[in-house]
Write a protein that binds this ligand. Structure first.
Ligand code: ATP
Ligand code: MN
Length: 446
């Protein structure tokens, strides 16, 4: 028998009334065994949910009952039996078994609880992530993340974007800076790329016109926070013949599309997580950096550190301003636009009439930054000037600058952190919850 024939249905595919009386085979893990004397329940779990297998002592083959009583929790089993509609059982049916096979027995004790009855520390959970992911709340996060990433691909494809894959091993830092992981590349030093920024811009010169990439970015950030990873997933886009306003519109439409798709396709996972999704309203509110400064300095007394033009917006100010916007508008998502040129990377385009501010934006969620973007400098000489103004040496960027000398169209783009998008959507406490196998300051395994 092929292994595929071990299962005819996922538990979630059974429709109690339509399938009543049908013989099916389910395959999965032993979630729980409840022995009530005259009746024994085996709860079988797969990715889609749970099924109750009911064994009535008086009616059942003694050998089947023995198999079930000897089973260890989390063993892999298959059960063939008859579906019986039963409103009181999980998912509205029970399975009356004809045969039960233990395919692979689980050892005991288990490294962690999978029933959700015992609250495990995040560290214990991540140490035993394979088992943690068997819990329905964790499965739900990654079912939703799958839908989020598919929706983004779908949306960008509809908008004529080409999906690209650029190298993660690079010779130079994208933006200078120290938060890079050096690696040995034969006899040379190389780095893990912190962003596909320079590559996606080069692809504008290459004529691909609209590109995107969903891929890893590596940042050797030392700090240990709830919203930083050392390996994150960036959703990066770049678009020719578009300014910052155009890509902000694309971005807000993309976010709304993603939320709509999750609402449409993931209701079961949303219910498991016990959350309500509010699809953000279009267009997102926009505040200029200078307006934010003014509000922080004059309207939010709780913010301790008053700000001057050129300062970054600190974590406390970011949170309290997010609250301010939410209380005023009822929306979590908004833009901060027109940042000081000095706070943004060299590739952000300064306004012609006010070069101290740039055609740049951050897309914010109430709790944190979700995305940064800008119109880019496409003029070679201005770009060299901007690189120098940042204290960087243009020689190190020759491979990039070259693409600006032979026909570079004006272009704009942004990068969104996939984990932060999922984290804020699902109201997760810690970004690590949105990653299968997170990499942080301390964690390199599993
Ligand atoms: P922050 O200031 O919040 O650390 P950043 O401004 O350094 O973020 P960008 O370089 O603008 O980040 O990267 C674009 C997006 O990628 C961010 O808005 C964020 O969503 C995501 N991102 C960047 N760094 C990380 C990280 N270390 N962990 C998780 N997501 C990240
Ligand atoms: Mn940023």
């Amino acid at each position: 028998m092929s292994l595929k024939a071990l299962r005819t249905h996922f538990t979630g595919e059974i429709v109690p009334d339509a399938d009543n009386g049908k013989t099916v085979t389910l395959a999965g893990w032993v979630h729980e065994i409840r022995d009530l004397g005259g009746i024994t329940f085996l709860v079988l779990r797969d990715r889609t949910g749970r099924a109750q297998v009911t064994l009535v002592k008086k009616k059942i083959d003694a050998e089947l009952l023995e198999i079930v009583k000897r089973m260890s929790r989390e063993s892999v089993v298959t059960v063939t039996g008859t579906v019986k509609a039963e409103p009181k059982a999980p998912n509205g049916f029970e399975l009356l078994p004809d045969s039960i096979t233990v395919v692979n027995e689980a050892g005991s004790p288990l490294p962690m609880d999978t029933t959700g009855k015992v609250d495990a520390e995040l560290d214990t959970r991540l140490d035993n992530r394979f088992m943690d992911l068997r819990r329905e709340e964790q499965t739900a996060v990654f079912i939703i993340r799958d839908t989020v990433q598919k929706a983004i691909r779908d949306f960008l494809e509809q908008n004529k974007f080409v999906e690209t894959t650029t190298s993660k091993i690079v010779a130079a830092a994208t933006e200078g800076g120290t938060d890079l992981f050096p690696i040995n590349y034969f006899d040379r030093e190389a780095f893990l790329n912190q962003s596909p920024q320079l590559f996606k811009q080069m692809l504008m010169s290459a004529g691909l016109d609209r590109v995107y990439e969903i891929g890893p970015i590596f940042r050797a950030e030392e700090h240990d926070t709830r919203k930083h990873l050392n390996e994150a997933t960036s959703i990066d886009i770049e678009m020719s013949f578009a300014d910052h306003e155009d890509v902000m519109e694309l971005l807000e439409n993309m976010i709304v599309y993603v939320y709509e798709q999750v609402v449409e396709k993931c209701q079961k996972s949303i219910d498991i997580l016990g959350i309500e999704l509010h699809v953000p309203k279009l267009p997102f509110n926009k505040y200029t950096y200078e307006q934010v400064l003014d509000i922080i300095n004059n309207e939010i007394p709780e913010i301790e550190d008053k700000m001057e033009f050129g300062d970054d917006i600190g974590t406390q100010a970011e949170h309290l301003f997010g609250e301010y916007v939410f209380n005023k508008t009822g929306e979590s998502h908004y833009f901060i636009i027109d940042w000081p040129t000095e706070t943004k990377p060299f590739y952000a385009m300064p306004y012609e009439d006010r070069p101290e501010i740039s055609k740049s934006f951050d897309m914010m969620h109430r709790m944190m930054e979700l995305s940064s973007g800008a119109q880019r400098v496409h003029q070679h000489d201005l770009l060299v000037e901007r690189i120098e103004a940042k204290g960087l040496n243009p020689d190190g960027f020759e491979f990039y600058l070259k693409t600006f000398r032979y026909g570079m169209p004006p272009h704009s783009g942004f990068g969104v952190g996939a984990e932060r998008l999922v984290m804020t959507m699902l109201n997760l406490d810690n970004i690590r919850e949105a990653v299968l196998f997170p990499r942080d300051r301390k964690r390199l395994s599993p």
